[in-house]
Design a protein. Structure first.
Length: 156
């Protein structure tokens, strides 16, 4: 009677060893900023300057855009496993501003291309473009403003 139990145990051990083979691990997903977001030059008034993910600027209100500083969308390089789907997390409104000395301007309405998810191509590398809206008030102190924001990518 003990012999059939041993055979049964050997069979279970053989099955268990098949399920313990190591699985291939996904490459870490990474994101690197390759181009800064710039709202370009403009004459301040009440309104907003928007740079869409494609890099096109538009205004609302009485703001006048200057052609000598056209602005540009931020650009990020996302790398990871080919054909992997990833999510994009952008800053929420009210969390990002740019400053110049004592002056602060809110940056809101972040948008990206790809939008909320992307799919890495066979090369495992994709460009992610990010735009946003700069909320301006009349009397804004002239000068160069700067700040930072975070974009997070993660596998779905």
């Amino acid at each position: 009677m003990s012999l059939p139990q041993r055979n049964h145990l050997r069979l279970l051990l053989a099955l268990a060893s098949c399920t313990c083979l190591p699985l291939l691990q996904a490459a870490n997903i990474a994101i690197v900023n390759s181009q800064a977001l710039s709202f370009g030059k403009f004459v301040a008034a009440n309104g907003s300057v928007t740079v869409n993910p494609g890099g096109t600027r538009s205004v609302s209100g009485a703001i006048v855009l200057l052609q000598t500083g056209p602005g540009q969308a931020a650009q990020f390089v996302v790398t990871g496993d080919a054909d992997a789907v990833y999510s994009v997390s952008l800053p929420i409104d009210g969390t990002v501003s740019i400053t110049n000395g004592g002056s602060t301007v809110a940056v809101n309405g972040f948008a990206s291309n790809p939008v909320s998810t992307g799919v890495l191509p066979v090369s495992g590398t994709q460009i992610l473009n990010v735009g946003a809206r700069l909320d301006v008030t009349a009397g804004l102190t002239p000068g160069a403003y700067s700040g930072t924001f975070s974009v997070v990518v993660d596998y779905n």
